[in-house]
Write a protein that binds this ligand. Structure first.
Ligand code: 6PG
Length: 283
């Protein structure tokens, strides 16, 4: 989806995110809590500020939440989702480099997002292997809670038709939001990095080449389980890498973005014209 400019990419991405939430067929049915992983870096900040402070539907929900007399709906289902991060830098929580802090201050705090639905990566801790394993366990736990809620609701609505705890169905993120690094990296999966070869674990430690900054990142096996992966890319500075990624005919470890191939999900690219300038017309 190629749109005019940066603010159009923000609008398009916000609309896409809010369009994701299933409208349950049966009005009695509790909309399933969704799970989204946020991107770090600068590009998505505009999106987080918009969702947190100016998106009309979300602002109306916040106002009605506050004004008990006229609570309309309980607001868009996105307010009931669980928020994760695609990666985090090994910095203290209030560092300007913290991906968690950026999204929290821009969006989650202004939306009074419930803290038990916010799952940050504790990358400020020393043992990043333990942090990665702990985060993976937390992800499993949230998936299990969501299945358990749906299973109880299904049992009320259709007794005798058990909702099977099928990991293949229930253990998938609904949305992974990704930026694109100028070297083609996504999350903290850098070109030719060992983390690209991880086949089992969902979360691993990583290192940013050059700076050596330690990171913790979701892995390809887990990102490729997502129902939706959205790339949000803006600006002429990204035109070169975007054209390389779109021209690639094969997955290429030199371009980690080309390794994003969800097994059952879809990939949506939302770019402004400047970032899309080099996309081969045959792409
Ligand atoms: C991070 C991000 C990283 C980012 C790209 C693009 O922690 O830095 O997860 O993958 O999305 O580097 O960053 P910009 O949006 O700042 O260009």
């Amino acid at each position: 989806r190629i749109v005019r400019d940066f603010s159009s990419t923000i609008q398009e991405t916000a609309d896409f995110i809010l369009s994701l939430w299933e409208r349950p067929q049966n009005p009695l049915e509790h909309p399933r809590a969704h799970t989204i992983a946020l991107a770090g870096g600068n590009t998505p900040l505009g999106l987080y500020l918009h969702l947190g402070n100016t998106h009309p539907e979300l602002q109306a929900a916040r106002r009605s939440d506050r004004d008990a007399e006229n609570v309309q709906a309980f607001g868009p289902a996105v307010l009931y989702s669980h928020v994760f991060w695609g990666d985090e830098r090994a910095v203290v929580i209030d560092s300007p480099r913290s991906n968690y802090a950026a999204a929290f201050h821009a969006m989650l705090k202004p939306l009074d997002f419930p803290s038990d639905q916010i799952h940050r990566i504790r990358a400020e801790e020393r043992d990043l292997e333990a942090v990665a394993a702990g985060y993976e366990a937390e992800i499993h736990h949230v998936f299990a809670r969501i299945w358990e809620t749906q299973s109880r609701m299904a049992n009320l609505l259709n007794p005798g038709e058990p909702l099977l705890p099928d990991p293949d169905r229930w253990e998938r993120l609904d949305l992974v939001l990704l930026g694109l690094g100028e070297d083609g990296h996504i999350a903290s999966l850098f070109p030719h990095a060992p983390a690209l070869d991880e086949k089992q674990r969902w979360v691993v430690p990583a290192v940013q080449p050059g700076s050596g900054e330690k990171r913790v990142t979701l892995t390809l096996p887990f990102i490729n389980r997502a129902r939706n992966v959205v790339f949000l890319v803006s600006g002429k500075g990204k035109a070169g890498i975007v054209s390389k990624v779109f021209a690639a005919r094969e997955p290429d470890k030199a371009l980690p973005a080309t390794l994003i191939r969800p097994d059952k999900g879809r990939v949506v690219w939302i770019l402004d014209k400047a970032a899309a300038a080099g996309i081969p017309t045959s792409a």
